[in-house]
Design a protein around this ligand. Structure first.
Ligand code: OAD
Length: 241
């Protein structure tokens, strides 16, 4: 493998936004603790009670709007500015990678800041918080609007997914940062990268189902460890080519 080609892919999950004050999904303080995701994040839940689902997403939009990207998001911007290409494949819907200034971002699970019409499928960005009317409505046809995020039971946008597979297969270094690696298909990407010859690294304070398959595991927070990896470990990787 020629790592001097330096094509890096960073797959990110909720753990990268922890230092911004955004809770993860799983674990004792996670978003799904005490909530049934099937009441809040499925097409059926939305059909049953769109206001309840919107209130959940408005609360999350509020949390994200009240905070900002952290050091880990900024390090990824620095990597992208220094090396090209870097691709971020994120499962997060908080929009922090784009807010921080990353350009090459695949938002696999959508975005809290985009809305989608349930009738005409028009998509638009709306960063207002709070939204003036809930449930929100389509500006073109006035049908119900929903958050443009992927819910349980829905498939990922095939264009995004294909782009994620392509970048993963072409990567020479693949970083899996702050994800529990239990939600598919994102959880398969680090393994696919390894099969295609990438050097794979996990940054996570805890063990995950993919930890044993990575070339290197860094135990710690993304905000601390990603910057350290970039300054200290990345140059050593180049030396070993
Ligand atoms: P999870 O909540 O499943 O996992 C968060 C991971 O972050 C865990 O492995 C933690 O150990 C790790 N973590 C915690 N603090 C960290 C820190 N400071 N630095 C780095 N890592 C830290 O979140 P995801 O893996 O992102 O899907 O969840 C995947 C998907 O499941 C989400 O995108 C969402 C959810 O259901 C949809 O909504 C479609």
């Amino acid at each position: 493998m020629d790592r001097s080609a330096k094509s890096i892919v960073a797959l990110t999950g909720a753990g990268i936004s922890v230092e911004s004050g955004i809770p993860t999904f799983r674990g004792p303080d996670g978003l799904w603790q005490g909530h049934d995701p099937h009441q809040l994040a499925t097409p059926l839940a939305f059909a049953r009670d769109p206001e309840l689902v919107w209130r959940f997403y408005e609360w999350r939009r509020g949390l994200v709007a009240a905070s900002q990207p952290n050091n880990a998001h900024h390090v990824l911007v620095e990597i992208e500015e220094t090396l090209s290409p870097l691709t971020i494949i994120t499962q997060n819907v908080d929009g922090y990678h784009i807010e921080a200034g990353s350009e090459n971002v695949i938002e696999l699970h959508g975005s809290l800041w985009r809305l989608k019409c349930t009738h005409c499928s028009q998509r638009w960005e709306d960063r207002r918080h709070p939204l003036p009317d809930l449930p929100a409505r389509c500006p073109s046809c006035n049908a119900l609007a929903r958050p443009d995020v992927v819910w349980f039971g829905e498939t990922l946008d095939p264009h995004n997914l294909n782009a994620a597979y392509k970048q993963t297969q072409q990567s020479s270094i693949f970083l899996s940062i702050g994800t529990s690696s239990v939600v598919h298909p994102a959880a398969e990407l680090p393994l696919l990268a390894r099969q295609h010859g990438a050097y794979t690294i996990e940054i996570n304070p805890e063990n995950t189902p993919i930890s044993g398959f990575m070339d290197e595991v860094i135990r710690g927070s993304a905000a601390d460890e990603l910057g350290r990896w970039w300054k200290e470990d990345y140059p050593k990787l180049l030396d070993t080519d």
